[in-house]
Design a protein around this ligand. Sequence first.
Ligand SMILES: C[S@@+](CC[C@H](N)C(=O)[O-])C[C@H]1O[C@@H](n2cnc3c(N)ncnc32)[C@H](O)[C@@H]1O
Length: 238
Amino acid sequence: MEAHETSSVSSDSDAPFGISESLVPARELKAAGITSVSFDGLLQEPLLLKEDLKDGCGGQLWPAGMVLAKYMLREHRTDLLGKTIVELGAGGGLVGLAVARGCSVNAPIFITDQELMLSLMEDNIKLNGLSSTVRANVLDWGDPLPDCIPTHPSIVLAADCVYFEPAFPLLISTLQSLLGPDSLCYFCFKRRRRADLRFIKQAKKIFDVVEIRNDVDREVYVKENIFLYLIRPRSANK
Ligand SMILES: C[S@@+](CC[C@H](N)C(=O)[O-])C[C@H]1O[C@@H](n2cnc3c(N)ncnc32)[C@H](O)[C@@H]1O
């Protein structure tokens, strides 16, 4: 298996999204392999992430996942003790595993995705020796929340989950069920099409949505059309 060090992820491959080729030019799928990621040195011991696109677009690392993981490692390294954490659309588990490895946590981190991604998440948990900290579960947006996921977690993480407009209401419905009055959702996505911003427009009708603008990398990722938001239930502000 191939192993190579990366600290950034190419953002120009949209082929795995399965978006109509009339919208996004087809490109060759990235070959399966293992990638070592240190997040620009933010992790002393890099993560090893198995990437394999055979079961869907979550089988590779995505640019908003890199941005969100780095943000969490820089800004939330020491304030997550006692917090319950759930990641949505985790793919191979990039963000949740980075938090498990680099931040101080003392509760299990639940990384979730659709059934097809379960084995990849489990493989990556094992590959990094994080079985005692991270649990992989199926959580399909729009479906009732599985019992094994904590109700109203303190922190919800979601990276690059905005790319398919028919799924927007499902993701919003999951956020409505999942977020409790004190939950904070760190939500990062790369805008690929004009429609992607409609997600935030819809979310703003229901939640308190604030763009995070104080991240040191912000100028860099804004050039790549990557947006980072904090989403909370409206009542959290009252
Ligand atoms: C572009 S990938 C991002 C993966 C990872 N968060 C990252 O940043 O590298 C989007 C992920 O959302 C998941 N996803 C898409 N629709 C979903 C749904 N209805 N329910 C749960 N997960 C879904 C996909 O399986 C995929 O893993």
